[in-house]
Design a protein around this ligand. Structure first.
Ligand SMILES: NC(=O)c1ccc[n+]([C@@H]2O[C@H](COP(=O)([O-])OP(=O)(O)OC[C@H]3O[C@@H](n4cnc5c(N)ncnc54)[C@H](O)[C@@H]3O)[C@@H](O)[C@H]2O)c1
Ligand SMILES: [Zn+2]
Length: 508
């Protein structure tokens, strides 16, 4: 199959098994399950060199190569990974036809069951798994090529791994295929997005006579509450939704948070497809599987981790997003660039006008890159054990500024913009952030029309909030600092030290 894909696309082909077999000195059909490391490592190094050429390359490898999670994640981040599978009877039949395969299975702890369990673990976290029974190798190759061309980003979460696809037209070309076979589709949108974007989607989903219902929630954060949740549950029930129905969320972060949580809870959890229509919904809310509603003033107080089956990000939706939310989300994009993608920072700097003009081609690239940074962090830290803290860059002071004077003043994105500048100044004062980076970030934010300097009053109120936040362990915060474009670190700071730093820096 790998060879067929390479031939059809003009890519080069690298067969890892063959490379190792040659080093071991046996024919590839005698491939063993556990190759000796001293032969695998040089073959992997050779592969690395191949890939550095930047040429499109198809790599064939055994699922056991991806068993180690760190290696699997590395593969997911650098390539599109497709697993080939078949029902156990087919696999057994194939094994019987090849004595070496039979012997190979015998080498594994637990025999065939052990081999399949290992494969299951590898295949849980790949971009796609394709069945190879009752179909030709050419057909499998064509399907794998289609996955490759969509260039999905995987958010690895064990059995709940899912993909994010970014592209002009993604919503209207991919949704139907993704939800095929569902008994009922319930499109959940809001009263602003619905009139603008729901009709073509509903028409697209309803091709082939699928049952499609839709509903529009009241728009805005003040409606992200249990009432909205209840209305989705009731609508789903009235429409006769069952466990094989799918919720399709079309809207900003409020809609995806509400619909996602409704999906998490309806009949103990049903599938949902996310079609974010705001930049924040795409670059932030689409990665991580968090869903929630607010309870009174307590933001996201009631929620669940419930990964969507797929996220489709269509930059065309962003043309109609209100300007303030769009600009604010650019602060989050810049945050991601600082955390893990220097090219993204350059792109924002060099294409500022295209970004402000919401040009689809530039947006596609920017959204992709931001999502990839967050996906990398989240995948490596499924259980929120610490690494995810880097995503707080700009948010320690940012959150305090946002909360100061109530949530009416600054938008979240504007607060993050201010918080990023504060974080860089603090990093600079601590000798961790370079002067030039501070200037780059400040300059870029200003050109994007985002605030860089908080008012004296707001800052004063924010400092008060920061130091009176008793939730923090031992009054010490792990403060995230930007060390260079694409690299962050952290420092333990006593709250009192943070307070005096912020005061001193802003008095100058
Ligand atoms: N789940 C997560 O991990 C996560 C991450 C970040 C933010 N969030 C949540 O997301 C919410 C904020 O998201 P948001 O900024 O998208 O806000 P939002 O969903 O309220 O959308 C902002 C406004 O724009 C309108 N709108 C949305 N898309 C539009 C479009 N394409 N054209 C015209 N109007 C459009 C909406 O109706 C709304 O009035 C917050 O509740 C936040 O908690 C969740
Ligand atoms: Zn944020």
């Amino acid at each position: 199959v790998g060879r067929l894909i390479a031939e059809a696309t003009g890519a080069s082909f690298f067969d890892l098994q063959a490379e190792v077999a040659q080093r071991v000195g046996v024919p590839v059909r005698k491939a063993m399950r556990s190759w000796p490391d001293q032969h695998v490592e040089p073959a992997l190094r050779l592969l690395g060199q191949e890939l550095e050429s930047g040429q499109p390359t198809v790599v064939a490898l055994g699922s056991e190569t991806l068993l180690e999670r760190a290696r699997r994640l590395e593969a997911l981040e650098t390539a599109v990974v497709v697993g080939l599978d078949a029902p156990i009877e087919t696999l057994l039949g194939r094994a019987r036809a090849n004595e070496h395969w039979l012997a190979r299975i015998g080498e594994v702890d637990g025999g065939l069951a052990g081999a399949l369990q290992a494969r299951r673990e590898s295949y849980a976290e790949v971009h796609a798994v394709l069945r190879t029974d009752r179909t030709s190798p050419e057909e499998v190759a064509a399907r794998a090529t289609a996955v490759w061309q969509r260039d999905p980003i995987a958010v690895a979460a064990g059995e709940r791994t899912y993909c994010v696809e970014v592209g002009v037209g993604a919503a209207l070309t991919r949704s139907r295929m993704a939800v095929g076979g569902a008994s009922l589709l319930l499109v959940v949108t809001d009263r602003n997005v619905g009139p603008l974007h729901a009709a073509p989607l509903v028409a697209h989903l309803a091709v082939d006579g699928a049952r499609v219902e839709s509903m529009a929630l009241q728009a805005g954060e003040e409606h992200k509450n249990p009432g909205a949740l209840l209305s989705v549950w009731e609508r789903a029930l009235a429409a006769g939704a069952d466990r094989s129905s799918i919720l399709v969320a079309l809207g900003g972060g409020v809609v995806t948070d509400v619909a996602g949580f409704a999906a998490a809870t309806y009949m103990r959890g049903i599938r949902w497809l996310a079609l974010p229509t705001t930049l924040l919904g795409m670059v932030d809310a689409s990665v991580g599987g968090k869903t929630a509603v607010d309870l009174g003033a307590a933001k996201n107080a009631i929620g669940a981790f419930w990964q969507p089956m797929l996220v489709l990000c269509d930059p065309e939706f962003l043309r109609t997003e209100p300007q303030r939310g769009y600009l604010g989300a650019l602060a989050e994009v810049l945050k991601s660039a600082l955390i893990g993608d220097p090219v993204l920072l350059e792109l924002l700097e060099q294409q500022t006008d295209a970004v402000l003009g919401r040009e689809a081609s530039v947006l596609t690239e920017i959204v992709r890159r931001s999502i990839a940074v967050k996906a990398r962090v989240v995948s490596r830290d499924e259980r929120e054990s610490g690494l995810r803290a880097v995503l707080n860059l700009g948010h320690t002071v940012g959150h305090a500024l946002e909360a100061a004077g109530g949530y009416g003043g600054l938008s979240h994105g504007e607060a993050v913009s201010l918080g990023l500048v504060q974080a860089l100044r603090i990093g600079q004062a601590l000798g961790r952030s370079p002067d030039a980076l501070l200037e780059r970030v400040r300059g870029l934010l200003a050109r994007l029309g985002l605030p860089t300097l908080p008012s004296k009053d707001r800052l004063e109120a924010a400092v008060e909030l920061l130091t009176h936040d008793k939730k923090r362990k031992g009054n010490v915060v792990r403060f995230v600092v930007a060390e260079e474009a694409g690299r962050v670190g952290s420092v333990s700071l006593e709250l009192s030290a943070l307070e005096s730093l912020v005061r001193r820096l802003n008095d100058q």
